[in-house]
Design a protein around this ligand. Structure first.
Ligand code: NAG
Ligand code: NAG
Length: 409
């Protein structure tokens, strides 16, 4: 009987005229699915059984579903389909269920042929990258009722607001027929972060300790090797995500024109604070998507552990190298973006400068670990790299955008 009602819900999300009521399906939330790619549940969706692990939301899903690309896996008790068991559950993929014509107020007739219409059941997002309250039980934020009193059922310090990803496709004032997060259109967001994105970095302990100047704005999404993450997402059980510099970073606002806007992107490990990736002089495109290059040695530097976890050897590389040491612990990866109106000109190798960055290996290199006397660079760790007395923060100032997510390898 349960299976039957689930099938009806799936079919009706695709017949746009009748908007579905969600069922709370095997994963216990309408925003989640057993499909390891984050697709909507269908009658054919299989369970992947897992073993819950204390302190690790995804339990054994990393080993039980190694091909998964869906985000925020949680090993969840499924009492919905008999026999009850623990199953891997993922967020419905926001990257899959996007709307071809995202302008608000568009109506059904403007949905282009072949476009995938988003369902109503996506996880709601706070506006402008503000923090939501994510529960470790299911990796879902708390939603709220805007018309209810008593803080609209949000915890203290949180405010009930309309989610960012509610898409009005029918042109009516009601949110009930909206797509995206239309089914749960209101979300509890941390009040301090709603009008001040920098508070996301202080609330999460990154600023001022590691990142002295908080970023001005959030980052909508970061495309990794095979998945796309947003603020706070957990991709730590998806293999290969740190094998390369993220190729595309989508900002909340448009990047500037290519001739006069250059973006400098740093990704670093805020957990061990040693490994860092830095790509400079990526031109704007006039769209929110910033393409990040790691293919030009003169404009790229990376510090990577070329030893082991127990006997680390930190080395500079001017090419994108996959890290291989930190493969057992999920790390919080931070992305910071700076912008300048002209290209940065790094110094030549072994040149000491207070006004230019030195991305080269060897003496005085800003990313050359300060170990060997013969090649004594200045890199120690991420905290000292970004400290307010260091060149990067002095020369580039406040990052224009920043975000973080969890990843492992
Ligand atoms: C929201 O709260 C109002 C006022 O308490 C109530 O009438 C309404 O049914 C609630 N809506 C939902 C969806 O719970
Ligand atoms: C970073 O390096 C500085 C200078 O050596 C040191 O004082 C600090 O403890 C280091 N921080 C971390 C997290 O390793």
């Amino acid at each position: 009987m349960y299976k039957l009602s689930l099938t009806i819900f799936i079919v009706s999300t695709f017949t746009a005229s009748v908007l579905a009521q969600p069922t709370y399906g095997p994963c216990g939330d309408f925003t989640r699915t057993r499909d390891p790619a984050g697709g909507l549940e269908t009658a054919a969706t299989m369970s992947i059984t897992c073993t819950p692990t204390r302190g690790v939301a995804s339990g054994s899903c990393e080993f039980d579903a190694p091909e998964a690309t869906g985000l925020n896996a949680v090993c969840t008790y499924n009492y919905f389909t008999a026999p009850a068991s623990w199953v891997c559950c993922y967020d419905l993929s926001k990257a899959t269920y996007t709307f071809a014509t995202p302008a608000p107020g568009v109506t059904w007739s403007t949905v282009g042929p072949g476009s995938t219409v988003v369902p109503q059941f996506l996880k709601p997002e706070c506006p402008n990258g503000a923090l939501s309250s994510v529960s470790s039980m299911n990796n879902q934020p708390r939603t709220c009722n805007i018309t209810a009193s008593a803080n609209r059922k949000c915890p203290a310090d949180y405010t009930c607001v309309k989610a960012r990803n509610v898409v009005d496709v029918s042109g009516t004032a009601s949110l009930a027929d909206d797509l995206g997060a239309g089914f749960a259109p209101y979300i509890c967001c941390k009040t301090t972060t709603l009008n001040n994105y920098g508070a996301v970095f202080t609330e999460s302990g990154l600023s001022p300790g590691i990142v002295p100047l908080t970023p001005t704005a959030g980052i909508l999404s970061v495309k990794l090797a095979t998945t796309t993450v947003q603020l706070g997402d957990d991709a730590s059980y998806i293999a290969g995500q740190l094998g390369q510099m993220p190729p595309t970073i989508t900002l909340y606002s448009k990047t500037g024109p290519a001739a006069t806007s250059f973006y400098h992107v740093m990704m670093f490990d805020a957990t061990y604070q040693k490994e860092v990736w830095f790509s400079i002089n990526n031109p704007g495109s006039g769209t929110p998507a910033l393409e990040v290059s790691a293919g030009t040695p003169a404009d790229f530097a990376q510090v990577v552990n070329t030893g082991t976890l127990r006997a680390p050897v930190y080395s500079i590389a001017n090419e994108d190298i996959a890290p291989t040491a930190y493969t057992t612990v999920a790390r919080r990866m931070v992305i910071l973006v700076w912008k300048t109106a002209t290209k940065l000109v790094p110094t030549a190798a072994k040149v000491k400068s207070t006004t230019q960055l030195n991305l080269s290996p060897g003496l005085y290199g800003d990313f050359e670990p300060s170990t060997a006397a013969a090649t004594k660079g200045v890199y120690n760790n991420v905290t000292t790299l970004l400290s307010s007395t260091n060149k990067i923060t002095k020369l580039l100032g406040r990052p224009i955008a920043g975000t973080y997510f969890m990843a492992k390898l």
